[in-house]
Design a binder for this molecule. Structure first.
Ligand SMILES: Cc1ncc(C[n+]2csc(CCOP(=O)(O)OP(=O)(O)O)c2C)c(N)n1
Ligand SMILES: [Mg+2]
Length: 411
């Protein structure tokens, strides 16, 4: 499809709320591809799925050149975004918490290839790539990290609180496991509205033994809610290996009566196939659990070097054998669609795009001072923080026993 036609299609489908993110990235000029005919379908084998109480889908997947280029470019951009966020933090331009997902890019990219933006999604604090997969911009991510108003939380939320209401991305939440009951509620909303869409509820292996998960599974199964639970098993919860935290780290089996699939989460095509299957299953039969076997290259957060509880060899071994971007790059090269030099040139363009987005984000202003007092109380109640009356230009302690006459140093 010619790029101009693609852009028109994107504008139309954005209005209809069903835009697919890879195409969205192309439309924003990331894909400096020459105009080309629609590419022909090819089939590839992915690592076989393992099923729990369900017959797994075939491991032969259909794809094409355009889709693979889009996946490759989107994952590459996500990787650069995460590495750039690391740099911004070290330069003290980004502040607060920061959890990076480099290594895990195959999951959001494969997931979004199977969904549209009318399906809803909720994620943990490791949310930058998920947000971009949902059609959020990298400029907005950088702006949020640097506390600027062009971030999705107007610079007040930071890394853990990305959000995209128009594309049904409900965060970005900081409390481990908090998103699981909320995502179950999103599934309830889809069922109640009978809108033919599903809720993808994503959590980590470190959340997978919490009690609230099993309450959520039970409710979703009793009511046949269209919820796809996705456990991103990156094999560590902070510095604790999954085998030390879980009696049974076979998370795809842990829903008991909820069927599950083990998925090679380092292969975006396997993820796509599993998500297509899971969406259909959830709409027809109720909840299903996908275990995405994946890996994070960075430490748990920016303050964790990530090398005390695992060996450097383990990290470099996974990078060599299973890297999600290298995998797709190899497919592209093997099919003769581009050679290594052409891809290098393309990567240079993509890096320049990320740098340009950072510069744009830096132009975004910090929030105005009054934002400090907004979003605390319902509008109209005024900025009253007990026991202190707060105004923009004054802080007055009330008179009386808790006022200035009391010992203010006893807090
Ligand atoms: C209820 C709760 N307990 C503990 C924490 C501290 N904490 C933050 S992240 C984390 C590990 C979670 O690991 P996992 O679910 O595997 O996600 P990952 O970080 O690997 O993406 C913990 C214990 C928290 N944020 N919330
Ligand atoms: Mg984990």
């Amino acid at each position: 499809m010619a790029l101009s036609t693609l852009k028109q299609a994107c504008q139309l489908s954005r209005l209809a709320g069903t835009l697919r993110p890879a195409i969205y990235l192309s439309a924003r000029g990331f894909a400096a591809e020459p105009a080309q005919e629609e590419s022909e379908t090819i089939t590839l084998e992915v690592n076989p799925f393992k099923g729990h109480k369900v017959e797994p889908p075939s491991n032969v997947v259909e794809t094409n050149k355009d889709e693979l280029f889009d996946m490759y470019k989107t994952m590459f951009l996500m990787r650069r975004m995460e590495l750039t966020a690391d740099q911004l933090y070290k330069q003290k331009l980004a502040r607060g918490f920061l959890h990076l997902a480099d290594g895990q890019e195959g999951v959001p990219v494969g997931m979004e290839a199977a969904l549209d933006f009318d399906d809803s999604m909720i994620q943990s604090y490791r949310d930058h790539c998920t947000y971009v997969g949902r059609g959020g911009t990298m400029k907005a991510v950088f702006a949020e990290l640097m506390g600027r108003v062009d971030g999705p939380a107007r610079g007040l939320g930071g890394s853990m609180h990305l959000y995209h209401r128009e594309h049904n991305f409900f965060g970005g939440v900081g409390i481990v496991g908090e998103q699981i009951p909320v995502g179950t509620g999103l599934g309830f909303a889809h069922q109640y509205r009978d809108d033919g869409h599903v809720a993808f509820t994503i959590y980590g292996d470190g959340a997978a033994n919490q009690g609230q998960i099993f309450e959520a599974f039970n409710m979703a199964a009793i009511w046949n809610l269209p919820v796809v639970y996705v456990v991103e098993n990156n094999h560590y919860g902070m510095g604790t290996a999954d085998s030390r935290a879980s009696k049974s780290p076979q998370y795809y089996t842990r829903g008991d009566y909820v069927p599950g699939l083990w998925v090679d989460g380092m292969d975006c095509l396997a993820v796509k196939q599993a998500c297509l299957f899971a969406k259909k299953h959830a709409l027809e039969n109720g909840p299903i659990l996908l275990e995405m076997d994946t890996y994070r290259y960075h430490g748990h957060s920016i303050s964790d070097p990530g090398s005390t509880y695992r060996t450097r060899d383990e990290v470099s071994g996974i990078r060599r054998a299973r890297d999600p971007i290298e995998h797709v790059k190899q497919i592209i090269i093997e099919h003769g669609w581009a050679d290594a030099n052409e891809l290098k040139r393309l990567e240079k363009e993509l890096k320049a795009q990320v740098n340009a987005d950072v510069e744009e984000a830096k132009k975004s202003p910090f929030p105005p001072e009054e934002d400090f007092y907004n979003n605390i109380y319902v509008d109209g109640l005024g900025a009253k923080l007990r026991p202190i009356e707060v105004g923009m230009d004054k802080i007055q302690l009330p008179k009386g026993p808790r006022g200035p006459s009391a010992d203010a140093s006893t807090h």
